[in-house]
Write a protein that binds this ligand. Sequence first.
Ligand SMILES: Cc1cc2nc3c(=O)[nH]c(=O)nc-3n(C[C@H](O)[C@H](O)[C@H](O)COP(=O)(O)OP(=O)(O)OC[C@H]3O[C@@H](n4cnc5c(N)ncnc54)[C@H](O)[C@@H]3O)c2cc1C
Length: 592
Amino acid sequence: MTYRAPVADIKFALDHSAGLESALREGIFGDLTDDVVEAVLAEAGRFASEAIAPLNAVGDRHGSHFKDGAVVTPPGWKETYRAWTQAGWNGLASPTQWGGQGLPTAVNAACIEMWNSAAMAFGLASFLTMAGIDALSAHGSEDLKRRYLPKLISGEWTGTMQLTEPQAGSDVGALRTRAERAADGSYRISGQKIFITYGEHDLTDNIIHFVLARLPNAPAGTKGLSLFLVPKFLLKADGSPGERNDVRAQSIEHKLGIHASPTCTMILGDKGGAIGFLIGEENRGMACMFTMMNHARLAVALQGVAIAERATQQAMAYARERKQGHAVGAAESSSPIIAHPDVKRMLLTMRALTRAARAICYTTAVALDRAAHGADTAMRHAAHERAALLTPVAKAFATDIGIEVASLGIQVHGGMGYIEETGAAQHYRDARIAAIYEGTNGIQAIDLVTRKLPLSGGAPVKAYMGELRHTVEAINVVNEPAFGWTSVRLEEALDSLERATQWLLGRGQNDPDTVLAGATPYLRLFAVAAGSAMLAEEALAALRIERNGADAAARVAIARFFAENVAVAASGLERIVFEGAESVNNADAALA
Ligand SMILES: Cc1cc2nc3c(=O)[nH]c(=O)nc-3n(C[C@H](O)[C@H](O)[C@H](O)COP(=O)(O)OP(=O)(O)OC[C@H]3O[C@@H](n4cnc5c(N)ncnc54)[C@H](O)[C@@H]3O)c2cc1C
């Protein structure tokens, strides 16, 4: 089944959920116009659907292969990557000073969704390059920027992000890779990293590794980590790749999904030390890494949306073709399965979850844009806190629903979904990793409740909840019967969110075990309440634009479905935060 980029839907979500349209009107992107944004999205959709999507099944079946230290990517991968970089897609949101196009993060986010819907393992090739560009632009010396940014931005070189070691996964502070100062101001890095995405490949003639390592006598934990740029090939005086550095892939992993993305074990310094260059200051590596991770977390969130979108498209098409049973009241003896209420329920769940997750991700992206380009310091600060609050919600919710939607996609296909040739199973296998890498979803939830809610004494989360309440009023004002119970269910969900948030900010602070046990259900509660409000906002916008038109009817129906079938879980989730979480900490006997 092919993928058709849902460009109109994407643009609608950008404009009406995430507020890109008003950001453009306010002029925060200078003279960038809506027409340009539309043209970029249309062209990205064309490239994703026509050039990348056909590679998805090939990449899954063929995989990347490791031989004698080199990695060979699947047929067509190299040529398509080259065409993709030559079209300028890698540097879409990168600084113009170094050859990027300086377009909004939100527009890039929409494109990242499309690349990953087309082929998630292909989308990954550029993922960490973009994250590395962010870190180097924000923290690198002028010399490093001059030598590395132009080729990273053009995509002629890719980047990797190297944190994980066998004993250091979620606990990054446990990493042991060593860095020693050299007389010439560079460093010698040695150690072993595991699970490094595109750590080795044949797409480009250099790979730039962003490596976390520890200096001698550095403080323990994350406070003693420094970030280094370690090129696969050291640069000659003219800036071209020269001598091979002391860093190599030892093997690649055999995985459940994303077979074409080489996941490498990397050995640094087995010939005396890989030459590395410090980014930022010594022992301040985590601050730089957070810049990288913020980009990467949103990008992983978009992978969840991407897989959900593709799985939904495929299930919709199958459900229209496959005939089984007789739907109530149908004229024909055998009905397409889309006519059966239980199949409709599955398809609507898929579409509603996908759109809600997309809205949350794009809203996060626009907040990042406002944090970078807002009119004054106060606006930039508020947007920065909004992005910080929403990033873990986007990452965990979108990747969780990516798996749920892909699983429903298999269910809609029945037995054929379990058979590899339909492709439904690949979506499910590919989706699974996104809830694990870039900080597991459990770690995202802990980040939300322990770091993001207490930001500025809880002001950002309170302000956000206040804004979501406006949607309830707006639905009531419009008085459209097709909304059904939407405003009531949304208001109930927001009440649950508010009570759970107040508890976490107040009494919960004295009860850390209960807070930690309730973090995941709280994140889900946050996401279903926010997602419900965002889908309702899209429906309201559609009504404003084309009263009684088909698109408005469809958007109202999805907003209503979400409120009445998904957001209603909020009260149960609230109860888990208050009561269920406590039972987790009283159940050790059950784990014996
Ligand atoms: C295909 C793939 C690609 C990857 N790409 C990269 C890459 O490019 N660069 C890179 O550096 N890494 C990469 N990773 C590593 C990935 O980021 C880690 O696997 C992930 O961070 C989890 O670490 P872990 O596997 O050690 O699991 P663990 O940290 O051992 O976690 C196991 C479980 O325990 C939970 N847990 C752990 N600590 C806590 C805690 N304090 N509180 C509550 N729960 C906790 C986790 O949520 C998880 O459910 C990749 C991994 C894979 C599989």
